[in-house]
Design a protein around this ligand. Sequence first.
Ligand SMILES: *Cc1c(COP(=O)(O)O)cnc(C)c1O
Length: 405
Amino acid sequence: MKRRKVLKYLSILPVSSVVQPKILPLAVEKANIYPGDDLFEELGVRTFLNAAGTYTGMTGSLMREETLEAIRNSSTHFCMLSDLQDKVGAQIAKIVHAEYAMVTSGCFSALTLGLAGVMTGKDDQKIRALPHLAGTGIKSEVICQKGHNVEYSRALTNTGCKIIPVETAEDVEKAINERTAMLFFINLMTDNGKIKQEEWLALAKKHQIPTMIDIAADVPPVSNLWKFNDMGFDLVCISGGKAMRGPQSAGILMGKRPFIEAARLNTSPHGDTIGRGMKVNKEEIFGMYLALKTFVKQDHEAEFRKQQQQVDTIKKEVLQVSKGITAEVVVPKYGNVTPTLHLAWDARQVRASGKDIQTRLREGTPSIEIASSETDKLVLTVWMLKAGEEKIVAQRLKEELQKGG
Ligand SMILES: *Cc1c(COP(=O)(O)O)cnc(C)c1O
């Protein structure tokens, strides 16, 4: 056993027990069974500095200490899952100005379960019928704009529904019929459609059709947590493990109570449901709740300023390389609202391609991941870096750009 580990365990024991030989062996034994941060090493899994962003494939974000503490503490008791969802749903609802809420396993399952709730209500037969809708009388169509019909539509079609893509308000009017279950909007895709949030909502209200908005990656700004509930969307779905730094496998479904009560009947612990596999246990539910509370209280302006400083550090360092390099900091309007650095260069001066540099950063020490690369371009963010890591990223980028020619 490594000395460092022994010291770590000694330091968390009460002072009196350190001198009691009876307790010490137990603690040491534990440390051997659970080697903690050496598990990456044990399995040979590469870790890296994340200058990319909150990507699911990169395990999203890192949880805060408070969240980890909530997970650890909650893991020592049993409770009824439905009791916990009742209580946490009511508390989350207050924070986000909704009637009700539930913790889901990511935004993706919030989309599936929210729609399932709309389709089935509390009808047990309908719940068990999903996703086979023929002959059930369950409404089977979801209308969304073409530009919003992206990979995440799968979350909706999992229920058995079809997507009806539209482009104009007139298309929406024509598409609505007795089979229409819901109108769906993705905030991130706002600029990829002619119809904006308010008009979309007005169309749905006119025909009394439930509406759902996906805001998976849309905090910050923190106000987006309640903005769409205030606007009147019936269901709002968000990821917990992106900027909120909750458990990566958690998310929140919020909105109108009847839909969310029905959504809950479509998932665990109810066995014969399409959502049974979208399980969230108490640890994730408590973790999500704590992450949300902490996120709302956070000093968002200070956090944004910190990110701007980190990006500036990288930008300044990289611009020292000259070689026709340009650096632009862009803050996206929808989704991933964080200072994002776009580097571009003169391919005759920096001879390495963006892909080459991305690979060398990945294979270097420490390993670094960036958001994306093209022939003569790189994109990166800083919000998932730990304090000080931006200096390492800046140094490594500078080295590789200098080398390339
Ligand atoms: C990330 C994302 C999702 C999926 O969210 P998870 O929390 O990973 O399930 C859905 N929609 C959009 C627009 C996203 O960006």
